[in-house]
Design a protein around this ligand. Structure first.
Ligand code: SF4
Ligand code: SF4
Length: 95
């Protein structure tokens, strides 16, 4: 997590809040926002990858077409993956 003195002030925000380059989400560890975390029940998972497609933080990790886990540094606990899963293989649990 970014330390307080490393944080940028409002004067360093580009005019209009413009995002002037790609891939900036990697710099922000949105994982510190969460209250709930997704827990995947692999016995129910059918590897449809819908959670991977819908995750707004690209936090679902996939290897060779199968769910590998969740990147907790970037998962912000929004619960979209749990609500989109067609077989209810993801439960949101308190951190
Ligand atoms: S949406 Fe559910 S079933 Fe599909 S890959 Fe994710 S956890 Fe598995
Ligand atoms: S809870 Fe939200 S951010 Fe975390 S893996 Fe699921 S969809 Fe992604």
């Amino acid at each position: 997590m970014m330390k307080a003195k490393e944080k940028k002030g409002w004067k360093s925000i580009p005019k209009g809040g413009l995002i002037d380059k790609g891939g900036t989400a990697k710099e922000y560890e949105t994982g510190s926002w969460k209250t709930f975390k997704p827990v995947i029940d692999r016995s129910k998972c059918i590897n449809c990858l819908q959670c991977w497609m819908y995750c707004p933080d690209s936090a679902i990790k996939v290897k060779e077409g199968k769910i590998e886990g969740v990147d907790m540094k970037h998962c912000k606990g929004c619960g979209i993956c749990a609500s989109i899963c067609p077989v209810k293989a993801i439960k949101m649990e308190k951190e």
